[in-house]
Design a binder for this molecule. Structure first.
Ligand code: NZQ
Ligand code: ZN
Length: 385
């Protein structure tokens, strides 16, 4: 029976020129801290637009949140939020800035050592400073969910936490703000969103008919629009569709009431923590091998995926599954993302290291059946070389 729980309080302000509307989303009189990354929002003019929209508020800034945001950097902002009595945060950037802001928001009101938040996956969070976002990179879905992934450099650990208090109160989704993305980041975004859908779709059937159709619609849209976005970076309609897909892929909608996998993500996080490979690139490497190794366990959904997403109707079950996996890999490659570890200069030695880190992080039973132990992950990684 379907267990359907879906709660999402984030208001979406979608379309061109929506930054000007943020003032009415923030309580009057707030001291607002703008958080951002390495400076892309300054170069592109997003920062100026935000400052114009925030006339009348007290405004501070915290820049320098890096891709795969680190505890070490974020704690500097936590100290400022506390000292300056900030009562609203505005995150402007991609998933890293938004995730980092979620941690800042929760850590600023946390009693105790904030790294606990990650070690307990968010279970001990009770409240957070409210925040909104201006999204510049469609990819993670962080703009409409309550999860975040934070790295602690000294431990080479990249861990996830989630808590309802870190849903953004609003998110501005203006597709034109993604026009300036380098190809690599655009491709990363398309592949990350694709894999988010796969983690919630490619499990086993539970008669979640509408979730399946939503998921297939999101995948097909990415297959259609992803390559177009690479060709013409300023096609508004293409960017708008990609932005909606990325947000809807991980805002709770398609995952409600259905089993979820996430093994590819957990293995990918360890690869990023150890080798600094972009998040989406780790997924492009791991997912095809994960699908291959678990094709029997996922057979029914894999055949459905082959038929409804890749239109494969000829040949044996085995042949269609093989072809669907090959097409998935080919799509990632066509987006410009290599799908073998060798392309990232990672060799066999990674296998043991990743498995040891999974064990250290208590990730011993991955997948929708909690049945994937680190030694099996090792075999999957061997197939990624
Ligand atoms: O830092 P700035 O200068 O802003 O530059 C960024 C960064 O270098 C640049 N960029 C962003 N928007 C731009 C732009 N450059 C030009 N024009 C623009 N409009 O892109 C680079 C990458 O940004 P980042 O935020 O790191 O990328 P992404 O959005 O892919 O986020 C990746 C992070 O999100 C986590 C990942 O693990 C990773 O740490 N994830 C978060 C999830 C969540 N909260 O639900 C789920 C995901 O599975 C993922 O794990
Ligand atoms: Zn992801």
């Amino acid at each position: 029976m379907l267990d359907f729980t879906f709660h999402n309080p984030t208001r979406i302000l979608f379309g061109q020129n929506r930054i000007k509307d943020i003032a009415s989303e923030i309580p009057a009189g707030s001291h607002v801290m703008i958080t951002y990354g390495g400076g892309s929002i300054v170069k592109t003019g997003v920062m100026d637009e935000i400052k114009t929209a925030l006339k009348g508020f007290t405004v501070s800034e915290f820049g320098g949140i890096e891709p795969n945001p680190t505890y070490e950097t974020l704690m500097q902002c936590v100290a400022r939020v506390k000292a300056e009595k900030v009562d609203f945060i505005l995150a402007a950037g991609g998933g890293s800035v938004i995730d980092g802001t979620k941690f800042i928001a929760a850590a600023a009101l946390y009693e105790g050592e904030p790294w606990d938040i990650l070690e307990t996956y968010g279970a001990r969070v009770t409240k957070a400073v409210p925040f909104g976002t201006v999204l510049t990179l469609p990819a993670t879905g962080s703009e409409m969910n309550c999860g975040a992934v934070i790295t602690r450099k000294e431990f080479q650990a990249k861990l996830v936490f989630s808590h309802p208090s870190v849903f953004p109160t609003f998110s501005v989704l203006d597709p034109t703000k993604s026009f300036t993305l380098p190809e690599r980041q655009l491709a990363n975004g398309v592949v990350d969103a694709f894999v988010h859908v796969m983690e919630q779709y490619l499990t086993f059937p539970v008669q979640g008919g509408v979730q399946d159709r939503f998921s297939e619609g999101l995948l097909l849209t990415l297959l259609e629009e992803g390559p177009k976005a690479l060709k013409d970076p300023e096609d508004y309609d293409v960017r708008a569709n990609i932005m909606w897909v990325a947000t809807l892929a991980l805002n709770g909608l398609i995952g409600a009431g259905v089993p979820q996998d996430w093994a590819t993500h957990m293995v990918g996080h360890e690869l990023t923590a150890l080798y600094g490979v972009d998040h989406a690139r780790t997924l492009a490497v791991v997912l095809p091998a994960m699908m291959e190794a678990r094709r029997e366990e996922k057979k029914e959904k894999l055949l459905q995926y082959a038929s409804r997403v890749w239109n494969l109707s000829e040949g044996s079950d085995e042949a269609r599954m093989t072809e669907a996996i090959a097409q998935t890999r080919a799509f990632f490659e066509a987006m410009g993302i290599p799908t073998r570890l060798a392309a990232y200069d990672i060799g066999e030695e990674a296998i043991e290291k990743v498995c040891a880190q999974l064990t250290a992080h208590g990730l011993n039973k991955l997948g929708e059946h909690q049945s994937l132990p680190p030694d099996q992950v090792g075999k999957i990684l061997a197939a990624c070389l």
